[in-house]
Design a protein around this ligand. Sequence first.
Ligand code: UD1
Ligand code: CA
Length: 479
Amino acid sequence: MKKSEAPVGVIILAAGLGKRMHSPLPKVLHEIGGQPLLCHLLDRVNEVLPKSSIAIVVGHQRETVEASIRSRPEYAALDLTFVHQPEQKGTGHAARCAMDSSWGEQILRKKGAVLILPGDLPLVPGSLIQQIAAPLRRAEVLRLLTSELPDPTGYGRVVRRGKKGGVLRIVEEKDATPREKTISEVAASIYLFQAAFLRFALQRLSNQNAQGEYYLTDLIAQASRTRKKHDILVWTHPEDLRGVNDPWELAIAGRILNERIVREWARRGAKFVDPLTTWIDVGVTLGAEAVISPGVILSGKTRIGARATLGPNVVLKDVTVGEGANVKTGTTAESSEIGERAQIGPYAHLRPESAVGIAAKIGNFVELKKTSIGDNSSVAHLSYLGDAQVGRNVNIGCGFVTCNFDGRIIDGQRKHRTVIEDDVFLGSDCQAVAPVRIGRGAYVASGSTITEDVEAESLAIARTRQVNKPGYARKLKEK
Ligand code: UD1
Ligand code: CA
């Protein structure tokens, strides 16, 4: 009989609530690097075994877990089945739910191997999955992955026959004798099984143990008792196997992941002043020679162009930054675009759907919302522009405000638009009461409140005339 090639089935265990997280959110949906734990694992499976048939065992809030995975277009091409584990009776029971389901029937018919992964190991690299998933040798019924941990507390310990002999069984922390607890070789809960053995052995599991659960780990003792052969993959990077069971472990896994992401971008040419205080999500990309200062947080689908500079504490979510742009200290932006060579900040705020053109300038304490600023235009100080469209080569003086909300709804719009055409010059301290349009090349005098459209090339002054009363100041003081 020929044994399997690549595993035909992958089971991911994700039914537990994760009591130790102290959260109503199912454990596998807690995030590091901007995406749920479960997605990190799925991404690796997708890379290494894109053609496998994947069963995700769900229980606690299974609708939420399923909806979160199904909503991601990157998994649309995966062969994904969600299997229900109605009660969380242990990892062995979870695997059994998958093997006893119609998904399991199909896998059995294909006579292949089944890879089992726990959903709470987000740092497992693709190379590990590739190695554990290599075909089993003739007569082998399983391969288990073990690793030496400096602190094995909480993990299942690997009990061998003699020091380097075959594996006899895996004993859980709660069932281990004091002597067994001194074993530093642990099982990571990652296995490859011959499907027929898996199905058969799962049905024979008992729950006579400290936690009254059906342990997946007991399959090793079963194989050893019945003299079935196994293979062992010893993994020498214990960091890859860090599980997430509580918020502290979530934070540590997040930090390890972040370091990996930063390292990868640094190898591709980005420069980081302080990798430890820079946070970058998995979906972010950085161009060569981008310079990233301490305290920068880049999330979602943010794209940083080559040679762009991000100053200290810049926070960007779903933002595109053009090549050579300079985003200065404390600027925060979301769902916006920053053009090539633009200068933003310090302390600017770009709210969603804003766009800043090539070589444009947005200065300190300027807020944009649903606003586009054309190439080479400048809004240098202390301004608010909401629902505005600003053309090219426009100069907006200090303290400009678009009055985009007047409590009325016009043409179904609650907020009203301000249009400022190309080459306009706006003096300092102006307001535009929207809806309003300032025509091309117009000039607006300082301190004007613009309530009506301004024609192209004209000068608008909308303020009361100054009156000087000679000697009046002395009179006032004498009063
Ligand atoms: C498990 C292993 C332990 C191993 C450790 C490595 C068992 C009995 N123990 O312990 O040997 O060292 O992982 O990380 O296998 N789950 C279900 N249904 C259940 C129970 C759990 O789907 O009924 C899922 C959980 O959602 C989780 C995964 O299985 O994603 C692992 O469960 P967890 O409770 O975290 O196991 P550990 O105590 O970490
Ligand atoms: Ca765990």
